[in-house]
Design a protein around this ligand. Sequence first.
Ligand SMILES: Cc1cc2nc3c(=O)[nH]c(=O)nc-3n(C[C@H](O)[C@H](O)[C@H](O)COP(=O)(O)O)c2cc1C
Length: 171
Amino acid sequence: MEFMTLIEERHSTRVYEQTPVEQEKLDKILHAANRAPSAGDLQAYSIVVVRSPAARKALARAAVDQQFVGQAPVVLVFLAEPARSSEKYGHRGESLYAIQDATIACAYAQLAAHDLGLAACWVGAFRKREVQEVVGAIEEQVAVALLPIGYAAESPFITPRRALSEMVREV
Ligand SMILES: Cc1cc2nc3c(=O)[nH]c(=O)nc-3n(C[C@H](O)[C@H](O)[C@H](O)COP(=O)(O)O)c2cc1C
């Protein structure tokens, strides 16, 4: 899909068909995430692919009972790894870059999913420790975002945006 069309048409979807996401498509989504820029190219994050129904249900609970998280056939969990970034960038790497690295990777994955005809929704409301426990995160990993992905079973709500004139200024 043409890039500007993709960003125009992408919207969050919260109802999914039960059709599994093909491994080939998932591989492309993960590849897209891996192409994202990161501070110093350190890629201070990792990604957990969650397909197991029990684990998805547990993620939905951790995401303050947002049931749609468990209904998507696959959920990607993005974990920041602050220690990877702090080695080179100290406090800024630990407190900011690792989170940004994971966030940008998730954004790339979300766009790739849409490009492949899939639907997704960024989920940021969750109990961090609970998510980390579900995916077996190690101590240095911090859950930053969940990305449930599947084939859409709803027409997404078309969200408005603030006017650029409100948000952009020149100096
Ligand atoms: C950091 C972040 C956290 C979000 N957390 C949630 C969430 O917990 N649950 C949810 O349903 N949507 C969540 N969203 C999706 C937003 O609600 C959605 O992107 C926004 O309303 C704009 O709609 P659109 O994605 O359809 O353009 C989150 C999005 C971002 C970027």
